[in-house]
Design a protein around this ligand. Sequence first.
Ligand code: ADE
Length: 239
Amino acid sequence: MRFVVVTIFPEFFPSPLAVGLLGKAVESGLVQVETVQLRDFTHDRHQTVDDTSFGGGPGMVMRVEPLVDALEHVRASHKVARTVLLSPRGRRFDQACAREYAGHGSICLVCGRYEGVDERLIEGGFVDEELSIGDYVLNGGEVAALAVIECCSRLVPGVVGKEESVVQDSFFDGLLDHPHYTRPREFRGLAVPEVLLSGNHAEIDRWRRRQSLLATAARRPDLMARLTLSEDDLRLLQP
Ligand code: ADE
């Protein structure tokens, strides 16, 4: 999968992209991330990417010309299936969206900064969509872009060693993950649930599914409402 990131802070990216599973994926070429410095698409001596807001008010607005020039450069020189502007006003990023993006194979992520970007970037259709990673405001899109890159990369075959562990992740099937335990069997009076030590794998699977269902119902009724539960699931939910 290929990501092209348009940003005024390319230095944000190398270290998170060099460690752990993502680091391995980048090293092996399964995931490619290229940054494009937005300032390279300005024409003034100070490489100005922002300006004051028409109508007044605090904060600066990102100028549309360098953004459009950068995106036209990206489209001409890289094959990208979609162009996404990171913004708290966007569609909420979730696992389904990550699957959709991973399916596209390539994506351009545009990082906004300051108070926002000139709306004509969106009105003019220069980006395909706006994407938010949650209802809170970051200083800019870079942290959000990293979240999207990491999440989509996990879905690229070969990036996560055990395919199974992606399938079992929280949200993969619309449910929260079940709890996990490792040694010791007892810690400060807290024991590992007996069933997990039983060696009965059918029982363990049932217990885990039940815990997923219970956790989702208790913590995320919004997710629960979107599920179609099987007869077995309904039975597992009985007290
Ligand atoms: N930029 C600032 N806040 C953001 C958010 N929550 N999601 C995506 N991009 C952002």
